[in-house]
Design a binder for this molecule. Structure first.
Ligand code: NAD
Length: 412
């Protein structure tokens, strides 16, 4: 078996790989032989910008730094890292949520690895320099239009889901949310005093063809590398943007992705299907508003916030063939547990795994990280957010190190 070296955006034939197997399966299998032969010695160094942020951000990022050191040592890099401040940490040092200098580093990095920002300490700082403004500036200036949120249910955690074990065990779906358009950004966006004791609020849902086309392409390309099925969700029965969305997705399908199975669902019916029979889905593509809601629903299928990674991708540059990307756990800075060494590092480690997969086309090492996470859980290790009777509760560093130990074992 050969190592797959493709970037998202390149045409690749559908493949059968362990990525397509649910993590429940990964937990009990070893890593493919390709990994053992895999050495990245001929590759140029990948430049990573690490932005740990606030609260538990630096605690979980420390585990990613150990993982990067492990990969470099095992010849799986080389990765070069730079660090920067973001959020409250940047505000304390520089009076802004992210400096121009850090933005310049982000623009030249091959990927940005982001922890979390915010906390009560900065609740009263001016709105434009609040911690979240750092993340929003990164998303905006790197033009990250595609948000990828996988929902994976590791077998040992199936009991943590509010749904029945058989509904969620082995679940492995991906929600692709359009991130820069739609009703959150459309103009006009106003509240008008009507002068009769009433006010009128207006938000505007706007999508142009190119915005739908590029997010649809991301969805199709991902589906091609997974189980080859894409479900598009909108509300064409009541929204003009839904009519255009449906038309453009069909058009992209006909022009470039006929080999991928395409299905359409109205977003409300899709939400119902997500909790009724989530394993029917592979990749779901949807707009900003529906994606916001549906990805949170999908997240809860899997148990805990501490387990959920994400990626935000920009367009492929015609000049370099690369795309800007930021990888971050879905959770926030968790001020209630910050500084206690209790945070679950798995969402952060899995976010780094997504960087390997989507920025560096290193699918075998990414598989290895997922398999090692599953193996650490299968051994009964739990951080306090995912603890259950009979399991061994460990802290952030112990969980991070257990995942590394499993990687070491699996990689042989
Ligand atoms: P949160 O995600 O920080 O925490 C919610 C709950 O989940 C808390 O009880 C927390 O302890 C727990 N939790 C979260 N991540 C965990 C982990 N890795 N391990 C164990 N437990 C974990 O959300 P919140 O409490 O609503 O927000 C706290 C701060 O984070 C706020 O300032 C908010 O604005 C910010 N925030 C930032 C981001 C981001 O940086 N992308 C996202 C969400 C919230």
């Amino acid at each position: 078996m050969r190592l797959t070296k493709v970037r998202l955006g390149e045409q690749v034939p559908p493949r059968r790989s362990i990525v397509t197997m649910p993590p429940a399966v990964l937990a009990i299998r070893s890593v493919p032989p390709a990994f053992k032969q895999y050495k990245a010695r001929d590759m140029p160094a990948f430049k990573l910008l690490l932005l740990p942020g606030d609260g538990i951000g630096p605690e979980v990022m420390a585990e990613v730094e150990k993982l990067i050191a492990f990969m470099n040592k095992r010849g799986l890099g080389p990765f070069e890292t730079e660090r920067g401040l973001v959020g409250g940490a940047a505000y304390d040092a520089h009076g802004v949520a992210v400096t121009d200098a850090t933005m310049a580093l982000a623009q030249t990095a091959d990927a940005v690895i982001f922890g979390a920002v915010g906390g009560p300490k900065w609740d009263k700082v001016p709105f434009e320099v609040r911690p979240e403004a750092g993340l929003l500036r990164l998303r905006k200036e790197l033009r990250l239009f595609a948000n990828l949120r996988p929902a994976i249910c590791y077998a040992p955690l199936a009991e943590s889901s509010s749904l029945k074990r058989e509904v969620v065990e082995g679940l492995d779906i991906m929600i692709v949310r359009e991130l820069t358009g739609g009703v959150y950004f459309g103009e006009p966006k106003t509240i008008t005093d009507l002068g009769n004791g009433q006010k009128r609020a207006v938000d505007t849902q706007v999508y142009d063809t190119y915005e739908i086309e590029r997010i649809a392409r991301v969805g199709f390309e991902l589906a091609r590398k997974r189980r080859n099925k894409l479900t598009s969700m909108e509300k064409r029965n009541v929204m003009k943007t839904g009519v255009l969305w449906h038309e453009v997705v069909n058009d992209v399908h006909q022009r470039a992705f006929k080999d991928v199975r395409l299905e359409h669902q109205l977003a409300d019916a899709g939400a119902m299907q997500l909790v009724r029979h989530p394993k029917q889905f592979d990749v779901i593509v949807t707009d900003n508003l529906f994606g916001d809601v549906l990805s949170d629903v999908a997240a809860m299928l899997t148990g805990s916030l501490g387990m959920l990674p994400s990626a935000s991708l920009g367009e492929v540059s015609a000049k370099t063939g690369k795309r800007k990307a930021l990888y971050e756990p879905v959770h926030g800075s968790a001020p209630d547990i910050a500084g206690k060494g209790e945070a679950n590092p798995i969402a952060m480690l899995a976010s780094f795994g997504m960087a390997l997969r989507y920025s560096f086309a290193m699918s075998e090492p990414a598989d290895l990280i997922e398999a090692a996470i599953a193996a650490a859980l299968a051994r009964g290790l739990r951080t306090s957010d995912i603890k259950s009777p009979g399991m061994t509760v460990v802290g952030t560093a112990a969980m991070g190190e257990a995942v590394l130990a499993e990687m070491d074992l699996l990689a042989g």
